[in-house]
Design a protein around this ligand. Sequence first.
Ligand code: F1P
Length: 336
Amino acid sequence: MKNYHTYNEIKSQTQAWAQALDIVNASSLPEAGDYDQVIFTGCGSTYYLSLSAAALYQELTGRSARAVPGGELLLNSQTVLTNQKTLLVAISRSGTTTETVKAVEKFKSEKRGDVVVISNYDEALSRMANVNIVVDKGQEESVAQTRSFASMFVAVTALCAKMAGREDLVEAMKRLPEIGNLLIGNYESYAKEIGENLNFDRFYFLGSSFRYGLACEVNLKMKEMTLTHSEPFHFLEFRHGPMSMVNQNAVVVGMLSDANRVHEAKVLSEMKMLGGTVSAIGESEADVCFESNIPESVRGVLYLPILQLMAFYRSVKKGLNPDRPANLTAVVKLDF
Ligand code: F1P
């Protein structure tokens, strides 16, 4: 497996988590109270990261936050921006994706507010930043984001905690790399077992609150690396139609919270009754247990490694190349 960049990038990602935390801790961040709203933006994986970030920012600061794709902020900014003082957090692995770069250029030319950039490369996007956060240990060869995404997610989680004045949460995050390494060591074989079972032909990823953006991301990994039908849903939404797809060839991954576990676990038990294979991930009493004792709001990155490995092992079992997903390039460049 070590022949694949993707495998090495997934297995080494906790080093990038640690760097992300150090860099954010050393950064002087904007004051949450200076802005009427915060917009998070990115494309593909980094839009999904923005979805998580907006939910987490609002939960921790109590202030309004929203996520939009870079292309929407660029082409339909009238549906996103108002005359309120806005902080724009632009997230991009490459720092060169056309929609994201052009959207930030437009935001700044219209003097809409300040810009924080979170990236793995110090490129065009970073040159427009009022606050520039670059996690270079998150850089990777593979097209599908794994280590990069996780490093930027740790950075944005720490940013939200710090802007909320929650130094206690930032302190608790220091144990994430150690817990992440234990998790990978304890559950890689589990990820391999499910990933290599080609009787499964459809995957559903259920996550609520800031976990919905993470569900969208791991869903994209499954699509990009394995060309399998898969979809993300908020937990309770799955009953409202999509569960019609559940049968003995389906895997339903539940990214369990502590706060709403009772409701979420009930959805999973119903899917098991329909013949689906359930894979529950959470702090305890699950198929994959973090056992972290890290506060729920800042341990979200722990959902990623095992699900990234599940997609990786399925890709290799199907005879595909996880490093080079079909039809994709590492960065989308457009003529605008
Ligand atoms: C964004 C992106 C990824 C996608 C693929 C191509 O790149 O669209 O989200 O999964 O890897 O690039 P970036 O702006 O985060 O560099």
